[in-house]
Design a protein around this ligand. Structure first.
Ligand code: SF4
Length: 118
């Protein structure tokens, strides 16, 4: 079984090809032009992560919502849960870009932070 993963670490966008066993173990990895591609593709195959970006409600400000994101990537399978939790959050203006809205978001040792002033 073969799996293609586009490395996004640099603009070269290498097509990394993983040869996988029937149970998904990586047998070989080719197509990466540097070692960072191996690290990226291995992680993307075994434990993919993404930065969550969302909005939370804000009262007392010039806008009704505040854009937020996690300060580190979180497991991809947690994104849906994170979006649902973010939809329940309400903060009070003023908020400054970089303010921590939720510390240890979802218990994942990442913070949900504001990405603009309101
Ligand atoms: S494998 Fe290396 S050269 Fe290719 S996209 Fe990834 S970081 Fe860039």
């Amino acid at each position: 079984m073969q799996k293609h993963i586009t490395c996004t670490v640099c603009p070269m966008s290498c097509d990394v090809v993983l040869e996988l066993s029937a149970d998904g173990e990586i047998l070989s990895l080719t197509g990466n032009k540097c070692p960072r591609g191996k690290v990226y593709a291995t992680k993307e195959h075994t434990a993919p992560e993404r930065t969550l970006t969302s909005i939370v409600k804000v009262s007392g400000g010039a806008h009704p919502v505040l854009p937020v994101r996690t300060n580190k990537p979180i497991p991809k399978e947690k994104l849906r849960e994170g979006m649902a939790v973010a939809a329940t959050i309400q903060v009070q203006a003023p908020v400054t870009m970089g303010d921590v809205i939720v510390k240890d978001f979802l218990g994942l040792d990442v913070d949900l932070v504001a990405t603009r002033d309101i």
